[in-house]
Each structure stands twice: as structure tokens, then as C-alpha cells.
Write a protein that binds this ligand. Structure first.
Ligand code: ZN
Length: 293
């Protein structure tokens, strides 16, 4: 029986505004260095709000960003936050071979661990792309010293990612890797995703607040993930299709105030604290389905 506990965990995927998967078809990798780097703007805002509210969070660094912003990574780590990785080049795992994926995470681990001087324990996949097709990544992570992952999205709501059969609460894979699935809200017809920045930004504040209160009220675990570019309303606007534009730019102007309110309203713990204090059921993954061991 899965042990369900009340715990809210705040995390941030630290990437540049042009790393967003929706922009891949508009901005090529070799253009990155020539674009304005703005990751400090949102990241400094997060650090300020966390300090004001006495909250510790987890920052998953894109390796490419870390090697260009060493001082920023040091400041995050020195403020007592946990620093994990979000890949080196922000490539979806679904677009990589197992060999390419291993090279990518090794490079990110080396860069980030080299800056903080601490072991890199946590990983989040770009666009949550550990899916039934890329489940091989679970062994690659463990074999490279990663202790926990937080990439599985237990939903079939989005066509680009999702591990629909994943447990909704933290568990352990048979290989010993801990998993913190992205939070969903159980509804008729499936699990609705609402733990990622896009949903936080698009939904009115009262909706997120209500969902949190319901989950916390029944003692459920919750994690949310936000990006620095979502706190930077003055970033350069890229003309994309209406749908990508809608997803990226809607409510950017109001998001800082919303995040400040959210950080004041709830209490948060860290992945590290959760690992120390709670039990994890072990699951065996068998052809995309999970069996309790
Ligand atoms: Zn990302």
C-alpha cells in the first residue's frame, strides 16, 4: 500500500528563455550564444522570494547554463538550496539515443558538481520525457550516481510526455532510484497535470490555491516546477504559432505576484528532507506497467 504523506516541494528548472522545447523549431542550438542571456533575472527573483519566506528549494540546472553562470550556481548552493541537473543541452530524452543521453547527463553532472563541490543527486528530464519508450533512462541515471528523478508525469493528457501508469506518489524503482512523480489531480477520465509552470501561469491563482488546499487537506504529496523565464515579462518575444505563443506568453506579467503569494501561502520541504523522512514503496516496471514489490 502506497504511503501517502503531506509534503509540498518547490523546484525550478534553470534554463534560458530560448531553451524551451516549444522554441526548438524556431531557434537553433548554434544561435544560443548570440542571444541575450537572461536566466539571472528570474533566478534572482526566486532566490529573493525563497529567502524572504525562509524556504529551501531544488534548482535543476541545465549544464549549458551552469557553465556560463558559475557564480549564480554558487549563490544558489551557498544559500542552502539543493542543486540538481536538467541535462546539459536541454534535449528531450525522446529525441536522444541511450548513448547520447548518457553523454549529456555525464557532462551536466561534471559541470554542476564541479561548481558546487557537492554530489549531484537529482535529475529532471527536459519536458518530463521519461516515458514508457525511454524507460531505459532510469538505469542510466542510477548507473551515473543520480539518487532520485522527478520526471515522470502520471498523465496521458499531453501528447509529448507522460507516463500514464506511473504511481502518483514518491516511490522507489527496483534498481534503487527514487522517483518523485510530477503532481496531478485525480479526475474522471484520468489524471490532470497541474504541477508544471505552464499550468501555474495559465490558471487563475485561486485555482492553484484550491487544488493545493484539497491535496494538502487529504494529506497528499505535491510538487511544483517553475522556470526563470516565467518571471521575466520583458524577454524577447519570438513569433511562433498561436498555440505555442499562448502557452509561453500568457499571464507573464502577473506571474511574479502570483508566485510571491503562493510562496507565502504554503509550507514547503525539499526532496532531500523527504528522502530522509519518509518510506518509499518499491515498484517493478514491467512493459510500461508498475507492480508493487
Ligand atoms: Zn526545461
Amino acid at each position: 500500500m502506497t504511503k501517502i504523506v503531506k509534503a509540498n516541494i518547490l523546484s525550478f528548472d534553470i534554463e534560458e528563455w530560448f531553451h524551451v522545447s516549444n522554441f526548438e523549431k524556431y531557434i537553433k542550438d548554434n544561435e544560443w550564444d548570440s542571444l541575450e542571456h537572461r536566466v539571472n533575472i528570474g533566478t534572482d527573483f526566486f532566490l529573493k522570494v525563497l529567502e524572504e519566506n525562509n524556504i529551501v528549494g531544488t534548482f535543476f540546472m541545465v549544464g549549458w547554463v551552469a557553465e556560463r553562470n558559475e557564480r549564480m550556481v554558487e549563490r544558489i548552493s551557498q544559500a542552502g538550496h539543493e542543486v540538481g541537473i536538467h541535462g546539459y543541452a536541454h534535449k528531450c530524452i525522446t529525441d536522444q539515443t541511450p548513448e547520447e543521453f548518457e553523454v549529456d547527463i555525464k557532462r551536466a553532472i561534471e559541470i554542476v558538481g564541479g561548481i558546487t563541490g557537492k554530489p549531484v543527486r537529482g535529475y529532471r528530464a527536459p519536458s518530463y520525457t521519461i516515458t514508457p519508450d525511454t524507460a531505459w533512462a532510469i538505469d542510466t541515471l542510477k548507473n551515473n550516481g543520480i539518487e532520485y528523478d522527478t520526471s515522470l508525469y502520471p498523465t496521458s493528457f499531453n501528447p509529448n510526455y507522460g507516463f500514464p501508469n506511473s504511481p502518483r506518489f514518491p516511490f522507489k524503482f527496483e534498481n534503487g532510484l527514487y522517483e518523485f512523480p510530477m503532481s496531478t489531480f485525480r479526475a474522471i477520465g484520468g489524471n490532470l497535470p497541474f504541477a508544471s509552470g505552464t499550468y501555474f501561469r495559465l490558471a487563475p491563482y485561486f485555482f492553484t490555491d484550491l487544488m493545493m488546499r484539497i491535496l494538502n487537506g487529504v494529506g497528499e504529496y505535491f510538487t511544483i516546477n517553475i522556470h526563470p523565464w516565467e518571471m521575466d515579462p520583458d524577454q524577447k518575444k519570438i513569433e511562433t504559432g498561436w498555440y505555442d505563443n499562448f502557452k509561453h506568453y500568457t499571464n507573464l506579467r502577473y506571474n511574479r505576484g502570483k508566485f510571491e503569494k503562493f510562496a507565502r501561502a504554503f509550507r514547503f520541504t525539499t526532496f532531500d528532507d523527504y528522502l530522509k523522512n519518509y518510506d518509499f514503496p518499491t515498484y517493478r516496471l514491467n512493459n510500461g506497467t508498475f507492480e508493487l514489490v
